[in-house]
Design a protein around this ligand. Structure first.
Ligand SMILES: CCC/C=C/C=C/C(=O)SCCNC(=O)CCNC(=O)[C@H](O)C(C)(C)COP(=O)(O)OP(=O)(O)OC[C@H]1O[C@@H](n2cnc3c(N)ncnc32)[C@H](O)[C@@H]1OP(=O)(O)O
Length: 313
């Protein structure tokens, strides 16, 4: 078993280098192709398209409800990002919202959701229900982080409550000039529990400001979001933002997927570990990945000034 697996992997090593005339697809790439043709993205609350090669666009798709997050949404996010994570046709993901705004956060009108949360009348039994339900909802955003492909959120107008939790789990955040953000959970009488309190302070690197925004639930503007480092670019309107986001995604998709995914894996790991632990993890990781055919192709590309073509991953 070990032997045949090793053979399969070693056979997969021979593929295209820039300018190479012939490319014999390996068993592994044929398997990947077969897998990708099976990936379908059909959801009630999400619309998934491919604006460019290797770029997937996930659009929150409940515009009439301001993309509020209902029961279907929580499970579809997990399903969608778990598929994107292994889809060889996907190297980078754009996440945006259809209609008037990015998202109004938790769906207040989702009776199914609230009924599930309120089931039972005995406190410890109810607590067990919450204890199972909250990690599931957290997972709906943690999948953005666990999906090794970079996720770029492109936000316009309101990004409220769970919208901040969600975008904080992404790699890169862009927004429009009219965007506004609100860590609103305090106003609902609860502590934000889907990642904002864990990820947001590390992103903005300003503990005092973070606590101010959490404790007051005051709205903050696009400009403030950029000043604090929550978003990296602001655009005059959604059209300009989406054009720039697709361009950024294309640039990322043109790079070695081994290098891009390896960088994300190691940045996520290092955020949650000490520098020596991060370096240790990196050394182990690259002891395998430095042997990637992508490294050779990338270096050859630099030397020959030809654009390298990387195999699917
Ligand atoms: C264990 C739980 C963990 C999860 C915690 C999550 C917490 C959070 O997400 S806190 C944030 C919750 N969200 C809100 O407080 C936003 C509430 N909505 C608004 O403030 C306004 O609607 C908004 C500013 C988003 C838009 O205002 P606008 O005047 O432009 O439009 P509206 O007429 O108010 O809304 C249009 C339709 O959208 C529906 N809608 C808006 N937000 C929600 C929502 N959160 N849930 C469900 N539906 C929402 C609104 O009802 C209108 O629908 P319709 O009446 O059918 O036209």
């Amino acid at each position: 078993m070990m032997f045949s697996l090793a053979r399969l992997i070693s056979k997969s090593a021979g593929s295209t280098v820039a300018g190479e005339a012939k490319h014999v697809p390996s068993k592994l790439s044929l398997m990947a192709r077969a897998m990708s043709s099976q990936v379908t993205y059909e959801f009630e609350t999400l619309n998934v398209t491919s604006p460019e090669e290797y770029v997937k666009h996930v659009e929150l798709n409940r515009p009439k409800k301001m993309n509020a997050m209902n029961t279907a949404f929580w499970t579809e996010m997990i399903d969608c990002f778990n598929k994107l994570a292994v889809d060889p046709e996907c190297r980078v993901v754009i996440l945006s919202g259809a209609g008037k705004m990015f998202t109004a956060g938790l769906d207040f009108s989702d009776n199914e959701f609230f009924k599930t949360l309120m089931e039972g009348d005995e406190v410890s039994r109810k607590a067990f229900i919450f204890r199972r339900g909250i990690p599931m909802m957290q997972e709906s955003f943690s999948v953005l982080e666990r999906c090794n492909k970079p996720v770029i959120t492109a936000m316009h107008q309101g990004c409220i409550g769970a919208g901040v939790d969600m975008s904080a789990a992404a790699d890169i955040r862009y927004c429009t000039d009219d965007a506004w953000f609100q860590i609103k959970e305090i106003e609902l009488g609860l502590a934000a529990d889907l990642g904002t309190l864990q990820r947001f302070p590390k992103i903005i690197g300003n503990d005092s400001l973070c606590r101010e925004l959490v404790y007051t639930a005051r709205k903050f503007t696009a400009e403030e979001a950029k000043d604090m480092g929550f978003v990296s670019r602001i655009f005059p309107d959604k059209e300009a933002m989406m054009a720039a986001t697709v361009e950024l995604a294309q640039t990322i998709a043109s790079k070695s997927p081994v290098a891009i995914q390896g960088s994300k894996i190691n940045m996520v790991y290092s955020r949650d570990h000490s520098v020596p632990e991060g370096l240790e993890y990196m050394a182990t990781y690259n002891s395998a990945m430095l042997q990637s055919e992508d490294t050779m192709k990338a270096v050859m590309g630099l030397m020959t000034k030809e654009t390298p073509v990387f195999a699917k991953l």
